[in-house]
Design a protein around this ligand. Structure first.
Ligand SMILES: Cc1ncc(COP(=O)(O)O)c(C=O)c1O
Length: 391
């Protein structure tokens, strides 16, 4: 049997409930090819290959401003938006320009593993606040804020993923958004809102973004084309105050880099202005909603008692909580032997022990027939391990 690499480390013989990647079949569409062709056959195709504007390709910025204002009833001006080379690039710039090594940054427990990695690269001190089914818990945040202020270590910012959170899939409620902004106001806390899953809303729209609700609280809002178009483009955006965007646009790497990914930005701008992106997002929501439903049904059918899981209204992830006598690491290792890839919870926490009994499952990448099979294998493993340690 020939094994086709579907993504790094994944062959046709493995079931990946691990990767937070889009379904491979959604990436190379005729509409995207049309946009590439239009850029390559435009009157001055070399322009797309030259160093670009520091803020990002103007046609892309125009589109992003129009879409954000239309959807969120805001009136952002163009100078509040810039293109970035994927949202992780934005996280890295924010850490570099807004926090020094040894300073405090607050994240969620759990949080996106690569953002934690970036923050650690910058040597910041991480503190984490709990989340539950309604997202970040304001009381947990306030407790940390109080402690850090008492110790004269005001945190440089809060990093939060309000919609279809990675890794848990939960969404921050509207009431908590207001409460968290109130705390940010009170404690003069900058909020970094990583909103890369916002458009993948399966069950109706999500609440207004923290940026749209912010008033005069400083919020940096991050978006990406990775989950709703293609991660290989390495293209996203950053929205903030005029002053903060100016600071990012004028920093060394942006100035010398000639703006983020100018060539792909031209193609994506063309694709968006043709109306293809929003149509594609609607298609993705239908596709991933069916996958989500399939995974939830499989969990219901195959998981033993005492296993719990979140029920996301969008995005890519379900967060599973195992019985206390079952270690996620052991389940992951046994699943790997049986060809099923999953993530154990430890890596998502500042304090890894908090994730000992959690698994993150993704339904975005595996073909439908594999989702049911993968969950069935996990159910068998968990059941056996729960009984073995009980005995
Ligand atoms: C919360 C979150 N932010 C950012 C990213 C990465 O996005 P990008 O490809 O735009 O760097 C991911 C991908 O898994 C994510 O889950």
């Amino acid at each position: 049997v020939q094994s086709h690499p579907l993504a790094q480390g994944v062959t046709a013989n493995t079931i990946s409930l691990l990767l937070g990647h889009p379904d491979p079949s959604t990436l190379f569409t005729p509409e995207f090819q049309e946009a590439v062709q239009r850029v390559l056959t435009s009157p001055q195709p070399y322009q797309a290959l030259q160093y670009g504007a520091e803020q990002g390709a103007p046609a892309l910025i125009d589109y992003l401003v129009e879409k954000f204002n239309r959807e969120q009833a805001t009136s952002l001006s163009r100078d509040r938006v810039m293109a970035v080379a994927g949202s992780t690039h934005a996280v890295d710039m924010i850490a570099r320009l807004y926090a020094n090594a040894g300073e405090a940054v607050i994240v969620e427990a759990p949080s996106y593993v690569d953002a934690l990695h970036v923050f650690r690269d910058h040597g910041v001190e991480l503190y984490s606040a709990a989340i539950d089914e309604q997202g970040l818990v304001p009381e947990a945040l306030e407790q940390i804020l109080r402690r850090l202020h008492r110790d004269n270590r005001p945190p440089r910012f809060l990093y939060t993923i309000p919609n279809f959170h990675n890794p848990t899939g939960v969404t921050l409620s509207a009431a908590r958004r207001v409460e968290i902004l109130r705390l940010a106001q009170q404690y003069q806390l900058m909020v970094v809102e990583d909103d890369v899953y916002r458009d993948l809303a399966f069950d109706g729209p999500v609440p207004a973004s923290l940026l749209a609700l912010a008033g005069d609280v400083p919020v940096l809002h991050i978006g990406s084309f990775s989950k709703t178009l293609a991660p290989g483009l390495r293209l996203g955006w950053l929205i903030g105050s005029r002053e903060s965007i100016q600071r990012f646009v004028q920093c060394g790497t942006t100035e010398m880099g000639g703006g983020a990914s100018p060539f792909t930005a031209q193609i994506v701008a063309e694709y968006c202005h043709l109306g293809h992106w929003e149509a594609h997002i609607a298609h993705l929501c239908d596709l991933y909603r069916a996958r989500r439903d399939m995974m939830l049904a499989a969990l219901q059918q195959h998981m033993p008692d005492r296993v719990q899981w979140t029920k996301p209204a969008g995005g890519f992830f379900i967060w599973v909580t195992l019985p206390e006598n079952v270690q996620a690491r052991g389940v992951k290792a046994e699943a790997l032997r049986r060809g099923v890839l999953v993530a154990a919870g430890e890596g998502y926490f500042v304090n890894p022990a908090e994730g000992e009994h959690n698994l993150r499952l993704t339904y975005s990448f595996a073909p439908p027939e594999n989702i049911e099979r993968g969950v069935r294998v996990l159910g068998e493993i968990i059941e056996r391990q729960a009984k073995a340690t009980h005995a």
